[in-house]
Design a protein around this ligand. Structure first.
Ligand SMILES: [Zn+2]
Length: 325
């Protein structure tokens, strides 16, 4: 339909165009402009005051952000669990392994050190979720540091264990004469009657009585420092230097089959029972030295005896009988 409108003029008997007044047109235009402006302003007000009104894209982003935060929380929890497990390993390390190998425990501060003071996480600041990300990053950094310290500690312990193995192999820890070869335990360490003078005298070793020719064994790894009969009283005797301050002496041997400077291992046959030197009957007189001092050899037989056997040997060796020297 045409926008041009007409009316019937009865005076002129003809149709005439309806002419709109110019002023009215302008008024309508201004009013509609104002209406548009007002409704726009109203919409803006609604938009500002209702943040829940979001576009689909914003909603999707928000969902992703929420999911990310949830995952971060879960990661944090997992890291805390890992830290707890590591904490137990550290406890065992400090209170068992390091103590067993005579090494100082690593203090907690040292295991977790290096995360205070200067702000290491400046780059991560300035975002809504900065705190979460910084916490997670710091947790992971501490965990990493703890693992590195723990790993180094285990390396150290592995080295100490190797040393300890050497030490344990060196310590004179078995009997020089096998239990089944013994005819009797003649005498132990302590005050005994001298077989020659009958006077009470300190007997600094243990006498293992066995038939002449019974094998005598090196009681620990080491190096032979004596194999001769030039010391008074001991007759044919062997001395082994085990290192770590330990030495052992085997006296009154029928004969020895090692030479000075020879390396021996625990259990090697170094000679045979005899009665050379100041001796009453065939036996092996056995002494153990620590840092040059003679000590009771009985404390070293854990390698060859059960608990009951040890108790028996200890009891027998303490009986007030005469030494064979
Ligand atoms: Zn003796």
């Amino acid at each position: 339909m045409s926008k041009v409108k007409y009316y019937y003029d009865s005076e002129t008997l003809s149709y005439r165009k309806i002419e709109k007044k110019k002023g009215r047109k302008l008024k309508i235009f201004a009013l509609s402009l104002l209406g548009m402006f007002l409704s726009g302003f109203l919409l803006l007000l609604i938009y500002i005051n209702l943040p829940s009104v979001q576009t689909p894209k914003e909603l999707a982003l928000q969902r992703e952000l929420n999911n990310m935060e949830l995952q971060f929380e879960l990661l944090n929890k997992k890291m805390n669990q890992a830290q707890a497990v590591l904490g137990e390993v550290e406890d065992r390390d400090n209170n068992l392994y390091r103590v067993y190998f005579e090494s100082n425990p690593i203090p907690d501060e040292q295991r977790k050190a290096g995360f205070g003071g200067i702000n290491r996480y400046k780059d991560l600041e300035g975002f809504d979720n900065s705190k979460l990300i910084i916490n997670t990053t710091r947790n992971l950094d501490i965990l990493t540091k703890q693992i590195v310290v723990q790993s180094k500690s285990l390396d150290e312990i592995a080295k100490l264990a190797e040393e300890k193995e050497k030490l344990l192999a060196a310590i004179p820890a078995i009997q020089p004469v096998k239990n089944e070869d013994l005819t009797r335990m003649a005498s132990g360490y302590g005050y005994r009657n001298d077989p020659f003078t009958k006077a009470r005298k300190f007997h600094y070793g243990m006498d293992f009585t066995a038939p002449r020719g019974t094998p005598v064994y090196a009681t620990g790894d080491g190096k032979v420092t004596r194999a001769d009969n030039t010391a008074t009283g001991y007759g044919n005797h062997v001395v082994i230097d085990h290192g770590y301050g330990y030495e052992s002496l085997y006296g009154h041997l029928y004969k020895y089959n090692v030479r000075n400077g020879q390396k021996v291992q625990r259990g090697d046959i170094i000679g045979f029972v005899g009665s050379t030197g100041r001796s009453e009957a065939p036996h092996c007189h056995y002494e153990v030295f620590k840092d040059g001092e003679r000590i009771n050899p009985i404390n070293f037989y854990y390698g060859s005896l059960t608990a009951e056997e040890f108790a028996q040997v200890l009891k027998k060796s303490q009986e007030e009988n005469q030494s064979l020297d």
